[in-house]
Design a protein around this ligand. Structure first.
Ligand SMILES: Cc1cc2nc3c(=O)[nH]c(=O)nc-3n(C[C@H](O)[C@H](O)[C@H](O)COP(=O)(O)OP(=O)(O)OC[C@H]3O[C@@H](n4cnc5c(N)ncnc54)[C@H](O)[C@@H]3O)c2cc1C
Length: 457
């Protein structure tokens, strides 16, 4: 393949990882970002989610380390907190705490702005990548018959002239997130609309930072709801700068208030006391920031028969998941990795959209199944429920309860949740046996019902 120029629309996580992948196959890669970046880690307008807690799944961490060797150590050097995920997580759900064990996989906890800043710095250091900021991509430039994308029309906001310019490229990848204009642009060019799947869940978050004192152990605290009765959750992670970040929220309108008293009361109302106990004695360092997330949204580009050559869509622009499950960044990394696999063996870019969207759909299928499957445990969730969801949810509830006592079951669940193993792995005979044995014993009150107290590290 002999290609010169690639353009990536959007300089957030999907855009940055995609630029890194493309830099191995193109002479020049240009990332075009609407926002102005600051010189350090900071939230920004184009990614309002950056104020909120972001967990990086193990698969995402693995891929980041592959494309940016040593990035985990670099994050830790900048204050991120690393530890065995089986020991570090203090996780309450469904009447008890999950057991603690040595999973022998390290998780890393930091703010989203720090992660994005470190990834961006790595990308900016790659010689053939240029990051342009304060620039909107407003349109695609195509061949006369619209069969090929030839570049993008941009509006440069770096001076008062707000110049509109055309930038030409052999390949353009839209990583502009959930609000991507690709559906609109493609419709304007005469292409059919990709089928859309929307699962409405009406989640409302509120997030605040707190000082982390030296006497406080940096656990990852999670209190997650047992559907369909509980609808509220709280997650509190240690991050750089000796801080805690806490995001609390609820499904289906059970949103967390943003006034300090209401925020604390919400923590007190969670099914376990850990987060409230920690917050009530800690010093707040920030305002309380809300975020509403109405629906999981997926565009099935893989179902299209026609699509312009030289163009792809990737990341949240393909699929945005209920953020409660922390899958978006890992899904973006997996999609970029699939693109890498295709580019490695491609002789030409023509037609690459077909296998790419097929592979991206496969990648997205698993987190989508996990996210919307769990969301449909609430009967009020709106959308098309995949067949078999109730059966799977019933079994997964048993998996959750078994993980209060059984590290083998919990390890299988963690692998699945971290996108290291497919959901079907929870049905392997040894796991199925342990889950059903736990359920049988619980019903006969043969085993201790649950870990009612969190185990210490
Ligand atoms: C509240 C919340 C919490 C979340 N928590 C987690 C979590 O715990 N773990 C996790 O993995 N994921 C989480 N996510 C999802 C995660 O933030 C995204 O999946 C991730 O940022 C990858 O998205 P992206 O790069 O595709 O799009 P985005 O992050 O939305 O970025 C799109 C970028 O494109 C730019 N842009 C948009 N339009 C244009 C244009 N026309 N021209 C130029 N630039 C443009 C924007 O400014 C932005 O920088 C969460 C999301 C939310 C909302």
């Amino acid at each position: 393949m002999n290609s010169k120029n690639a353009i990536v629309i959007g300089g957030s996580m999907a855009g940055l990882i995609t630029a890194r992948v493309l830099s191995a196959y193109f002479e020049h890669v240009t990332v075009i970002e609407r926002d102005q970046f600051s010189n350090g880690p900071a939230p920004r307008k184009g990614t309002p989610q950056s104020y909120h807690l972001h967990g990086l799944l193990a698969k995402g961490g693995e891929l980041l380390d592959h494309y940016f060797p040593g990035i985990g150590d670099e994050l830790v050097a900048k204050g991120a907190v690393r530890g065995d995920m089986g020991r570090m997580m203090h996780w309450y759900l469904d009447g008890g705490y999950r057991t603690k064990f040595d999973w022998q996989r390290l998780g890393i906890s930091m703010s989203r702005p720090l992660l994005e800043y470190v990834v961006r710095s790595r990308v900016a250091a790659i010689k053939n990548i240029h990051i342009l900021t304060n620039i909107d991509v407003n349109e695609l430039i195509t061949s006369l018959d619209h069969s090929r994308v030839l570049g993008v029309r941009i509006e440069d906001r770096n001076n008062d002239l707000r110049q509109v310019k055309d930038l030409h490229a052999d390949f353009v990848v839209d990583c502009s997130g959930r609000g991507s204009a690709s559906p609109k642009w493609l419709a304007q060019l005469g292409y059919a609309q990709a089928p859309e799947n929307k699962i409405e869940i009406n989640v409302g978050y509120a997030t605040r930072m707190y000082q982390r004192r030296p006497d406080q152990t940096p656990f990852l605290y999670m209190i997650t709801p047992a559907a369909p009765n509980d609808k509220r959750l709280g997650v509190l992670f240690p991050i750089e700068g000796d801080r805690w970040i806490v995001s609390m929220g609820g499904y289906l309108g059970n949103h967390c208030p943003t006034d300090p008293q209401g925020f604390l009361e919400y923590a007190r109302g969670l099914p376990a006391p850990d987060i409230y106990n920690l917050l009530k004695d800690s010093e707040p360092l920030s305002d309380i920031r809300p975020h509403k997330y109405m629906a999981n949204l997926r565009h099935h580009y893989e179902k299209l028969t026609y699509f312009p050559e030289g163009y792809l869509v990737l990341g949240d622009a393909i699929c945005s998941f209920n953020p409660v499950y922390g899958q978006g960044m890992t899904s973006a990394a997996l999609q970029a990795d699939a693109l890498n696999g295709l580019l490695k063996s491609a002789k030409s870019l023509d037609g690459i959209w077909r296998p790419f969207f097929k592979q991206a759909a496969k990648v997205v299928d698993i987190p989508w199944q996990l996210a919307v499957g769990t969301d449909f445990a609430y009967p009020e969730t709106k959308g098309v429920k995949p067949a078999g969801t109730d059966f799977i949810n019933n079994y997964v509830a048993k998996v959750h309860r078994a993980s209060h006592n059984d590290p083998v079951v919990y390890a299988a669940f963690l692998s699945c949740m971290n996108l290291l193993a497919p959901p079907a792995s929870l049905f392997k005979p040894n796991i199925l046996f342990r889950v059903l044995r736990d359920d049988w014993q619980r019903k006969r009150q043969i085993v201790p019902q649950t870990q009612l107290q969190p185990a210490s590290a």
